[in-house]
Design a protein around this ligand. Structure first.
Ligand code: PRP
Length: 208
């Protein structure tokens, strides 16, 4: 366990192993950001105006993508804007159901905008498929998708087009770096696998 202080050990209660440590995540984010800068680099002498069609709009999918989006945008150097959507899939806390409801929509029109959907994880792909269908109907100039994590061997996953992936990971329940179990673990600075015994412990009453 990479935790030294007592409070950090408490934060990591139930962590079985670290899948991606902080340095590995940050190193990969620097690579992703450099590639994204190339997509959206303004022509020499061009100064994009706020809300202009050439300015990428990063759309973070709450809540898990917050950590990734905030690190990613600070690693990028082109002018950009951000917004958030909140969606929730019905069903048990460790599985996507495929039925998605919008809890918070975008604040502005995206017609003619260059959109980047920023996800923390693609598991079954159902959330992303739903979101892309929704956003495409709003006539953006284009949509790209960047995900920190993708489960490469998820049974029954739907094929969705992703432009950049940080890490392809096995089909394990992962937490940390924005990802939660029952609302906890989002503030771990690394991605970890939980000890299965955690799932048998009493959890907070709110539904995820
Ligand atoms: C997670 C994640 C994705 C979705 C991926 O969100 O942030 O949005 O699940 O799963 P899928 O590919 O199987 O659809 P979650 O519903 O756990 O909400 P949260 O980000 O608020 O924790």
């Amino acid at each position: 366990m990479p935790e030294s202080s007592p409070s950090a050990q408490t934060r990591a209660h139930g962590v079985a192993s670290v899948l991606l440590d902080e340095a590995t995540i940050q190193g990969r984010i620097a690579e992703l950001a450099a590639e994204m800068d190339e997509w959206y680099r303004p022509a020499p002498g061009q100064h994009p105006v706020p809300g202009g069609g050439e300015v990428p709009l990063l759309v973070g999918v709450l809540t898990g993508a917050v950590t990734f989006l905030t690190d990613l945008m600070r690693a990028m150097t082109v002018p950009l804007e951000i917004e958030f959507m909140a969606v929730s899939s019905y069903g048990a806390s460790t599985q996507s159901s495929g039925v998605v409801r919008i809890l918070k929509d975008l604040n502005h029109e995206i017609s003619g905008r260059r959109i980047v959907v920023v996800e923390d994880i693609i598991d079954t792909g159902l959330t992303l498929q739903y979101l892309l269908d929704l956003l495409e109907r709003r006539a953006p100039a284009d949509i790209k998708v960047v995900a920190l994590l993708r489960k490469h061997d998820k049974p029954g996953a739907v094929p969705v087009s992703v432009d950049l992936v940080g890490f392809d990971i096995p089909d394990e329940f992962v937490v940390g770096y924005g990802l939660d179990y029952a609302g906890h673990y989002r503030n771990l600075p690394y991605v970890a696998i939980l000890n299965p015994a955690v799932f048998d412990e009493p959890s907070p009453t709110h539904e995820e």
